[in-house]
Write a protein of this length. Structure first.
Length: 214
């Protein structure tokens, strides 16, 4: 299966007069979770899916423990993991104390063999070109959601992301904006949220009303 891509605008200041530039980025088809990984691994060996999930869970715990101890992690076939730090800008190393050092992120450096195997990937242009033609926003986004809710009772974050062609970050930001504007309402817990049409979106399908009444 070919990787799908689209073109995204390069970040630039609002008052910049430079010509807009674009860069290519993979458009994710979805997220493969631990359950799916366990099934795939099970299909290649005799280990049961439950055992694979247990190993992956233990791997996560051990990696975190080793990183907290200051070690760099090497997972053969994938690459290296290492903690990165942040602290306030200083002019002298004597100005900073350990209390000011904070965890920033985890850096990943892929192995050469991993990059070599990925270089032969095939690519195809994503059928939806929302980013290269301008992100869905404003009245266009409202109309898109209104049309969706006219046929469906609710939408998930992943469904919203796919519908609009957003990245996960953009989808979460737009969902928050829509909630604050009263155009959608959120039901369910944070990790299992579903969204229904709000009063200010101007659409109330039978399905959305039934869902909102649960």
């Amino acid at each position: 299966m070919a990787l799908q891509y689209d073109f995204y605008k390069n970040p630039s200041p609002k008052d910049s007069k430079k010509r807009v530039r674009y860069h290519a980025r993979v458009v994710p088809r979805g997220t493969v979770g631990t359950k799916e990984l366990a099934q795939r691994i099970h299909g290649r060996c005799t280990v049961t899916p439950a055992d694979v999930k247990a190993v992956l869970s233990s791997l996560s715990d051990v990696v975190i423990e080793e990183l907290k101890d200051g070690n760099r992690i090497h997972i053969e076939g994938l690459g290296y993991l290492q903690i990165t730090l942040e602290c306030p800008p200083v002019q002298s190393t004597k100005e900073i104390r350990a209390e000011s050092i904070r965890f920033k992120s985890v850096a990943f450096r892929p192995e050469a063999e991993l990059k070599k195997r990925l270089r032969v990937s095939r690519f195809e242009r994503a059928p939806r070109k929302n980013h290269s033609s301008g992100l869905v926003a404003g009245e266009r986004l409202d109309a898109l959601l209104a049309g969706y809710f006219a046929k469906h009772g609710h939408i998930t974050r992943i469904g919203f992301q796919t519908l609009c062609g957003f990245t996960r970050t953009t989808a979460n930001r737009r969902l928050k904006e829509l909630r604050e504007a009263g155009k959608i309402d959120c039901l369910g817990a944070a990790r299992a949220s579903i969204y229904v049409a709000g009063e200010n979106l101007g659409v109330h399908s039978q399905g959305s009303q039934e869902t909102a009444g649960l």
